[in-house]
Design a protein around this ligand. Structure first.
Ligand code: UDP
Ligand code: MG
Length: 322
């Protein structure tokens, strides 16, 4: 039997592109069904992320016309990551592919993703070949950001946005992550499983404007760092330790000046030494508190400790069934 595919599309005020997106995705899905690659109960899941324009009426109407289209309306604007997550958690397919509504991600990568999935990959990343369609500013900041994340120890796939295939096992594993501050690009690599990469060219937005103004982009970037790295807190400890050491040196020097030279001003050493020493010690203490805070922070996420990729007893069960 063919596998069932769910394509998840987050939409926020996308009335300008939606008709075209619906047309292209529907025809792609039909082609795949005819080619026998996916089952005919596959679905297009459009998630309306609290749009204030005609997005929802368009989705609703399309769902009446085509049996392939399914609409999910979020109660308010929750943001891109949450919209994708909502779609994935409600998708019924054996595999899901998340793709933006604006047709920037080349849909031709979808058959390749399916091929990689059929060959055994639970997670297939769509990765941009070049960033020529982005402005210099966006390209530069995005690449610098990926480098920074890597330096901070956050596992991330370079030049991969949220265009990816997830198999059923990966979706169920993802369900166990209950974090409120969601950064999917950071969570997915933590799942593990066998992965594959499909390269594609990123086009210009088909119509409409970016729903990611600078403010939202910076918020997502900050989310990526603070949700996955406690390195900034560790840096405070390191800074505190360094300043403490330097302050001990300065104190010794001040004492030396006081005892062995007559260049010292009365009251100078007793004023300066405590300032350095206490400053350094305080920073060190904040750093130590930060380390504990980091541990508490990680514990509160209650991330799953493992995911089982293969269980051989499942194969026995399969053999037993008629
Ligand atoms: N989006 C969303 N909620 C938001 C912002 C964006 O669901 O609050 C959707 C949007 O409709 C699109 C995808 O997220 O399908 C990516 O947004 P966009 O194309 O505007 O981002 P960009 O490509 O400019 O980074
Ligand atoms: Mg876009």
């Amino acid at each position: 039997m063919n596998m069932k595919l769910s394509i998840v599309v987050p939409c926020f005020n996308e009335e300008a592109v939606l008709a075209e997106t619906l047309k292209r995705l529907t025809s792609l899905l039909q082609q795949l069904i005819i080619a026998g690659k996916i089952s005919d109960d596959s679905e297009l899941v459009f998630v309306d992320d609290g749009s204030r324009d005609n997005t929802w009426p368009i989705i609703e109407q399309a769902s009446h016309i085509s049996g392939l289209v399914r609409g999910l309306k979020l109660s308010r604007n929750q943001g891109h990551q949450q919209a994708v997550f909502a779609g994935l958690m409600n998708a019924k397919g054996d595999a899901t592919i998340s793709v933006d509504a604006d047709l920037q991600d080349d849909l031709n990568a979808i058959p390749e993703m399916l091929k990689a999935h059929a060959a055994g990959a639970q997670v297939v990343y769509g990765v941009r070949k070049k960033r020529t369609t982005d402005s210099f500013f966006k390209r530069f900041t995005a690449e610098a950001y990926y480098h920074l994340l890597a330096r901070l120890g956050v596992e991330i796939v370079f030049n991969h946005a949220d265009y990816r295939l997830l198999g059923r096992r990966a979706i169920e594993a993802l369900r166990e992550y209950r974090e409120v501050n969601l950064f999917l690009r950071g969570v997915i690599p933590q799942l593990g499983f066998s992965t594959a990469t499909v390269y594609y060219d990123r086009a210009e937005r088909f119509a409409g404007e970016s729903k990611y103004p600078l403010g939202k982009m910076l918020a997502l970037a900050w989310q990526g760092i603070t949700s996955f790295s406690t390195t900034p807190l560790k840096l405070i400890t390191a800074l505190g330790a360094t300043i403490s050491l330097i302050s001990v040196g300065v104190s010794l020097w001040a004492l030396w000046v006081r005892l062995f030279s007559d260049a010292s001003v009365p009251g100078w050493a007793s004023t300066v030494v405590p300032i350095y020493l206490l400053g350094g010690l305080q920073l060190l203490c904040i750093g130590v508190i930060g380390e504990y805070l980091a541990k508490t922070y990680i514990e509160t996420k209650r991330r799953p400790l493992f995911h089982i990729e293969v269980d051989t007893s499942a194969a026995h069960d399969l053999n037993k069934s008629p």
